[in-house]
Design a protein around this ligand. Sequence first.
Ligand code: GCO
Length: 475
Amino acid sequence: DKLNAFPDDFLWGSASAAYQVEGAASEEGKGESVWDRFVKIPGKTFKGTTGEVAVDHYHRYKEDVALMAEQGMKAYRFSVAWSRVIPDGDREINEKGLAFYDKLIDELIENGIEPVLTLYHWDIPQALQDKYGGWENRQVIEDFTRYAELLFERYNNKVKYWVSLNEQNIFITLGYRMAAHPPNVTDEKRLFEANHIANLANASVIKRFREMGIKGKIGPSFAYGPTYALDSHPLNQLAAENHEAFSAHWWMDMYVFGEYPKVVWNYLEKKGLTPTVHPEDEALLKSAKPDFMGLNYYQTSTVEANEPDGVAAGKINTTGKKGSSEASGMPGVFKSADNPYVDQTDWDWDIDPTGLRIAMRRIDSRYDLPILITENGLGAYDTLEEDGTIHDDYRIDFLKRHIEAIQETITDGVDVLGYCTWSYTDLLSWMNGYQKRYGFVYVDREELDEKELKRYKKDSYHWYKKVIETNGQEL
Ligand code: GCO
């Protein structure tokens, strides 16, 4: 029965990431992260915007949690900034930084909101980047695990949902192929090496989580949107299969089965791009199956066959995000195409609620894991009216259609733990500044009076309140 689709304990939530909301970039002992450094390179972000102040969540977390509580929010996903709690990444612990997360977590729990803690949302300490090249050096596995252990120990019994790496596919691809994220590199060989080490680090923290007997569930958050073939031409269908292998199985197979898909491995081998694998890696990678797959869903991709000799020879589109990928093809494998059946957002991302249903069904049938939707939302321009209202009916429409798709997917038999919209308050869009807004709560940065940063409830805030109240029955 469709009306009973959402389980009673369904986690209606919302999400954010440290660098995008906290601000206080160098307060109370916080160390520099690679993002604090990267945003200073001219031309890397929209009008040079940074997260130095962001939306000042660090000082306003109480106000933000109060707004969530009033809305009836059941879960809040946030990330811990590694360089806030271990400023150099591998040395002293900064108690003041940890105290912030103590307070945030307690505040959430007191208000009946389940904390969903992301260990890594892209902000590795700059000190580790300088010292040994960050994700390109195996030392990071140990350092990341020590950092995770600290949080596991401290928040065991308080935090029940843990996210290991957020969107490994995005931070690796944008960081090492497109120089659109730190460490600002365009090198395929380095990309696959760093990616392998990130896989090991991910496995290592999950293994540690099990060894420590932490109560709760842990999994990665992966940016996934299914691939469609442009049409039923068999070569276009094959191209779609290939894209799915390169952009999705390449990572998710590793998380769940501890191995790389053959199709991609063999292709990379021919190009001399396979990462260095040590004999002991396999055992670690196979010892760390996640409890759930965290799904960040924004859009689908459409592809067609590419000429073997490379008409559009270029890059692999692993981001699943147009506009964030210059990409578009691999000779003999696939190239990007436009989908004529879907509309686009203000940033040209395909709007495709059915794609979310397909995404979850594919994850369910290939990996047989519960799914926690850790992100889904609409980045748009919003207008603050003179009376302090924001009429974001386009966002309501977007979210409503995606929630309907989730409802259908649950009736298909897929185990869905919860739904965290992206994002709670408006926040810094890494490369697009503060004009690209995702939140239920509008943050006024227009006057650039950063001390003000007043919060306003959008229409979608009130709408989601009712969705939660009725457990998804009233959309
Ligand atoms: C943006 C992006 C982000 C991501 C998120 C990924 O506009 O910068 O959409 O906000 O969705 O950080 O985990």
